[in-house]
Each structure stands twice: as structure tokens, then as C-alpha cells.
Ligand binder design. Sequence first.
Ligand code: NAD
Length: 468
Amino acid sequence: MKRYTLFIGGKPVETVRHADILNPSTGDVVGAMPLATVGDLDAAVTAATAAFEKWQWKSSLELADACRAIAAKIEENSEDLARLLTLEQGKPLNGLGSRFEIGGAVAWTRHTAEIELPVEVLQDTPEGRVELHRKPIGVVGSITPWNWPVMIACWHIIPAIRAGNTVIIKPSPQTPLSTIRLVELMNEVLPAGVVNVVTGENEIGAAMSAHPGIAKLTFTGSTSTGKKVMANAVDTLKRLTLELGGNDAGIVLPDADPKEIAEGLFWGAFINNGQTCACLKRLYVHDSLYDAVCESLVAYAANIPVGDGLSEQSILGPVQNRMQLDIVASYVEDARAKGGRVLIGGQSNGGTGYFYPITIVADVDHGCKLVDREQFGPALPIIRYSDLADVIAKANDNPAGLGGSVWGRDAARAKQVAGQLECGTVWINKHGAIQPNAPFGGVKQSGIGVEFGVDGLKEFTTIQTVFC
Ligand code: NAD
């Protein structure tokens, strides 16, 4: 079993303590995660601060080249990274799994390399010239979750360094190993200290949020942890980007074709086993086609192979950890107790690994956990509606506001309904699609700020207004 190390100031750093990381498919130990101390975090802040002295003055061309070199490194090592990701996260190599995630990390890195933030001239008149300059912020702290650890690490690190900042990343203690490997690879092409990794339990995240040497924190995780990050950041007035939990609604309009939309609905809800922030988590279907949509979805779901992530046949894998498995199972039980009709799945097989079957529950409504809370797992509630105004109000009746979707043949009508949803992204006849040139972020309690594209890059800068 491999003992991993921290990576600080361009060098591996040993720790005294370690914790075993388990394969969610088998329960086997995959490797040992180093448990950093607050002293290690301080060392990382010192290294990142020293690296920032030079990195902040690199030209846009040099910064873009560094990101291109990282993309090439990840690509060269993609199969090894994908296997490590599967071993610790559980997601299959195939389907929308580990190879897809590593490919996404490369694509986002390449795209971000090409984004420029040129000086904007706000005024150039005889009265004077006013320019808007974008400057890096300093040392950026990055805290990531366990669902898409490599891709999200790149969503944090690449725009941060592209804009001239240096970074300390702390991955989830559930999936730290692929991030350590990613940072090692980045360090093969970056100067020492530009990207550092510290791993350990949650208190390292809390210490980062409060650390006076960290100027900005970019956090992806649950809403409850995001609130703690914000509270801990208050004394240092850190800049924050918070990408938090979602409870995305999808509304199927009466003119939709149940067979045509089944595949899109399924993957909207079950990509990464439902462990995705912008998964379709509540599906509202018009009474007139309710049974037909349920039937097509169940028929599609029944043919998806679920199994050990390392098997080339698996398209979905296990839930990532025991705690999440228990949450999903308990929400399904609550729905059943409140009259929910389980159409498929609904019972853990109790064997090796954290497997829970693809589960679809009909005849549920608000007032049960599977609808009101974020299940973050392979269980989808389907709610019947008959009045459009009522269903829009219900879709909006949730503190989360990450994504939402509307499904129907009349695209203009669907778009008109979509505009009434309180969320950061809406999709028509699809759910969850993201791309590196389109800003993504939550409204309400799903977050603050956006990632991706020009707007995402700007979050890693401060404005300096120059009157000349
Ligand atoms: P989590 O909030 O439990 O953990 C996220 C990270 O925060 C981990 O690295 C964890 O160690 C760290 N952490 C824990 N306590 C902390 C503290 N007090 N201070 C600072 N950091 C702390 O989330 P998770 O279970 O890993 O991920 C699932 C959640 O993430 C879901 O709610 C999901 O919707 C959300 N998510 C959101 C997005 C988005 O873009 N909006 C993307 C992916 C996941």
C-alpha cells in the first residue's frame, strides 16, 4: 500500500500520521493519506507566498503556457489518474466516469489557458483616461469535495494560477489521492510553491478559511460547510467563491415526448450516481403524461450496468462513502413511509461495497426528505402536477438555487417557463450540461460567485482602476 505525501514548495513532505483511503467498491485499502498539521498548512502558506513574489509578474503568455503544459501533463498521465480516481472515488472508468472526468479536466485547463483579461479603457477623452486593470489577489486556498475531485481541483487551480495567483489545495479526506497525484504532475512543469497540496481532516479546511496568509478562498462543497467557511473567513475579509449544494428541479410540460426525454432525464438525475451538485434532484411531471414518463425512465434505468468501477462493463458504480449511502437509504425509507411508490431499486443489497441500486420513487410530494433535501445519490423522486403556476412555485420553494430544467416540444414555451425558475443555470430538454466558456454558479443558498469563462477567471482578480 502506497503512503502518499503532502507536496509543499515543490517537494514531497512526509507527515507523522496517515489515514487509510478505501475503495468504495470493495472496502480494500487504496493508499494512505497524509494527515497534515496546522504547521504544515503554515509551511504551505509560506511557500505559496514566496512563489507569488515572482508568479504575479509573469506575462499573460507565460501564464497561458504554464496552463498548456499542465494540460499536456494531465493528458500524458490520464489513464493512471483515471484508475486512481476510480479506486478512491468508486466511479467507473467508463461511461461518464473517471476517463470522462480526466478528459474534462484537460479540456477546462486548455480552455482557461486561452482566456485573456486585457486592460479595459473606461474613458479616453480630453478630460482624462481611465483604465481598469485586473491584478492577482495573492495566495488562493482551494477546498474541494469528493464527487468530481480531479475536475473540480482544475476548476479551482487553473483559473487561479492563470490570473497570477498561487494555490494551496485541500481535497476532501474521502478522495485525496488523485489530487495529490495531480499536484505532483503540475509541479513537474511549474516553479516550486505555485501549487501546493495539504490533506487531512476537516479542521485543516477550517484553518485555511481563517488563515491570514490566504487572500482568497474558493470552496466547493455542501451549503452547511460553505456557511462555516464564510463565518471563519470574516476576520480576514477573504474574497470567497462558494459553489454549494443544489436541489435542482426539472419540470416536464404536457407536450413533452416521454420516450424521447427518458435518456436525458436519466443522465440528468443519475450522472455520477446522483452525486453531482447540478443533478436533477426533483422531477415534476404533468398529470397527463406522468405514468408514461415514469415507465420510460424505469425502462431506461433497468438497462444500466452498475458494478465495480474497475470493470470495463460498469457504467455506474457504488456510492462514494457509507455516510452518503445511509442518507440516501434513509430518504428513500422516509419517502416510502409517506406513501411513495418505489418503481425500481429502493433496497441496498447489503453486500461488499457501498452499492445502492438506481432508485425511482413516484407519488411523492413536498414534505418528504427525498424532495425537500439534497439526496446526493442514486434516488429520484417524481412529483405529479396539474397547474403550471403551482409547479413553478413548488420548484422555487427551496433554499437552493443551482440549476433547473424544463422539458417540452415547444422550445419557446419551455424557455418562458425556464426564465421563471430561481437558479443560476437553466436547461431546456437537458439537465446538468456545463462547458468551460459558460459561467456556472448558484443563486440563493447554492453559492456566491461563478466559475468558468471570463467571469470565472475574473473571480481570481481584484480591480485596480488607473486614472492617467
Ligand atoms: P462537504 O461540505 O462535506 O466537504 C467539502 C470540503 O469541505 C471537504 O474538503 C471537507 O473536508 C471540507 N470541510 C469540511 N468542514 C470544513 C470546515 N469547517 N471548513 C472548511 N472546510 C471544511 O461536501 P462533500 O460532501 O465533500 O460534497 C458534496 C456537496 O458538495 C454537495 O452538497 C454538493 O451539491 C456540493 N457540490 C457543489 C458543487 C457546485 O459547483 N455548486 C460542485 C460539487 C459539489
